[in-house]
Write a protein that binds this ligand. Structure first.
Ligand code: COA
Length: 325
C-alpha cells in the first residue's frame, strides 16, 4: 500500500497581464522581464475573487478527476500567503464552498514551499491513520499583496491555485521521501512588514505601503539556487533512488535562471525539468501543483513515473519530495 495522488486539478484566472501591458504601468520592458526572469505573462484574479475562490475551482477539478464526493475528504490543507482573511482559515472557506462537511480544515504558512510542507503533513496524517483522504492545495492571489508601483516585484508574480487528493491505495504509487528546511534568520529578505501583530494596520502603515511584499531579489537568488539544489538531492537520496530514476523535476517557478542553475547543480538536462513560468510567473505555493497537473496533462509524466517537486520561499523555507505517481 502506498499514498497515491488520486486526483489533481488547477485553476488559473482568465485575465492575462502581459509584459507589454506592464511596460505601461512601471518603468520596465518586455526584454528585461523576459531575459531576467523567463516570464512573458501572468494571470490576475478579478477584484471580486479571493484566494479561496481560486482554490475551490482547483479543488472541484481534483474531486472530479478522483471520482469521489467532497464528503469523502477527511482533511483540507491550504498552503497560502494570501489568505482571504486572517481568520477563518482559507481552508475553512474551501471546506464550505465544497460542502466537504466531514473534513478538518486548516492553513499552513510556509510561503512558496507551502505545498511541499502540506504534502508532508498529509502523508503523516494518512500513515498515522488520522485521515484516509486528504486534499492539499497551494492557492494564491498574489496580486492582492503586490505593490503595483514597485517594478522589482510586480513583474514577477501572478495568481492561481492547484489541488491534489491523496489516499492510500493498493498501487505502486507513493510519496517516497520528503525533505524540509527553513532559516528564519534570513526572513527579512522576503516579507510583508505591516498588517500583522508586529505592525498592526494603521493609516501610517498603509501610507508607508508596509502591507505590500518587500524583497531583496539578488540575495534570494543565490540562496534559492543552493537550497533548491540541496533539497532535491536530499529527496532523491532519502528515496533511495538516483537522479536517473527521476522522470521529471518540477521546480518552484520563481525565475527561469534559478531553475536553470538548479538543473546544472543537479546535473540534469533542462528537458527533464518542467517549466511554465513564461505563462504564469511566480504563483508562490501554487506553482508546483499547477506544474504537476500540466506535466500530467501534457503526457510528460504518467502513472509509475517518479517526479521530484522542489521549492523555496519566504521564511525562508525550502523543501523537496520524491513521488512515484
Ligand atoms: N525592469 C527593469 N529594470 C529592473 C526591473 C524591472 N522590472 N526590476 C529591477 N530592475 C533593475 C534594478 O533596479 C537594477 O537597476 P540598477 O542596476 O540601476 O540598480 C537592475 O535592474 C538589476 O537589478 P538586479 O536586482 O541585480 O537584477 P537581477 O538580475 O538580480 O534580477 C530578479 C532581479 C528579482 C529578477 C532576480 O534577482 C530574482 O529573480 N531573484 C529571486 C526572486 C525570487 O525568487 N523571489 C521569490 C522567492 S520564492
Amino acid at each position: 500500500m502506498g499514498i497515491e495522488i488520486i486526483g489533481i486539478g488547477s485553476y488559473l484566472p482568465e485575465k492575462i497581464l502581459t509584459n507589454t501591458e506592464l511596460e505601461k504601468m512601471v518603468d520596465t520592458t518586455d526584454e528585461w522581464i523576459t531575459t531576467r526572469t523567463g516570464i512573458k505573462e501572468r494571470r490576475i484574479a478579478k477584484d471580486t475573487e479571493a484566494t479561496s475562490d481560486l482554490a475551490i475551482h482547483a479543488a472541484k477539478r481534483a474531486i472530479k478527476k478522483a471520482n469521489i464526493s467532497a464528503l469523502d475528504l477527511d482533511a483540507i490543507i491550504v498552503a497560502t500567503i494570501t489568505p482571504d482573511m486572517f481568520f477563518p482559515s482559507t481552508a475553512c472557506f474551501v471546506q464550505k464552498g465544497l460542502g466537504a462537511k466531514n473534513a478538518a480544515a486548516f492553513d499552513i504558512a510556509a510561503a512558496c514551499s507551502g505545498f511541499i510542507y502540506g504534502l508532508a503533513i498529509a502523508k503523516s496524517f494518512i500513515n498515522s491513520d488520522t485521515c484516509k483522504t486528504v486534499m492539499v492545495l497551494g492557492a494564491e492571489k498574489l496580486s492582492s499583496i503586490v505593490d503595483w508601483t514597485d517594478r522589482n516585484i510586480c513583474v514577477l508574480l501572478g495568481d492561481g491555485a492547484g489541488a491534489v487528493i491523496l489516499k492510500k491505495t493498493n498501487s505502486t504509487s507513493d510519496i517516497l521521501s520528503t525533505y524540509l528546511g527553513a532559516d528564519g534568520n534570513a526572513g527579512d529578505l522576503l516579507y510583508i512588514p505591516g498588517g500583522g501583530s508586529r505592525n498592526p494596520a494603521t493609516h501610517k502603515t498603509v501610507d508607508e505601503r508596509l502591507h505590500y511584499m518587500k524583497m531583496e531579489g539578488n540575495k534570494l537568488f543565490k540562496i534559492a539556487v543552493r537550497a533548491m539544489a540541496d533539497s532535491a538531492k536530499k529527496a532523491i537520496e532519502l528515496a533511495g533512488i538516483t537522479r536517473d530514476d527521476v522522470k521529471l523535476i518540477i521546480p518552484h517557478q520563481a525565475n527561469i535562471r534559478i531553475v536553470e542553475a538548479v538543473a546544472r547543480q543537479l546535473g540534469v538536462p533542462m528537458d527533464k525539468v518542467f517549466l511554465n513560468i513564461q505563462k504564469y510567473g511566480n504563483t508562490s505555493s501554487a506553482t508546483t501543483p499547477i506544474a504537476l497537473e500540466e506535466a500530467i496533462y501534457e503526457g510528460k509524466v504518467k502513472k509509475g513515473d517518479i517526479v521530484v517537486l522542489v521549492a523555496f520561499g519566504g521564511g525562508l523555507t525550502w523543501g523537496a519530495t520524491a513521488i512515484r505517481l
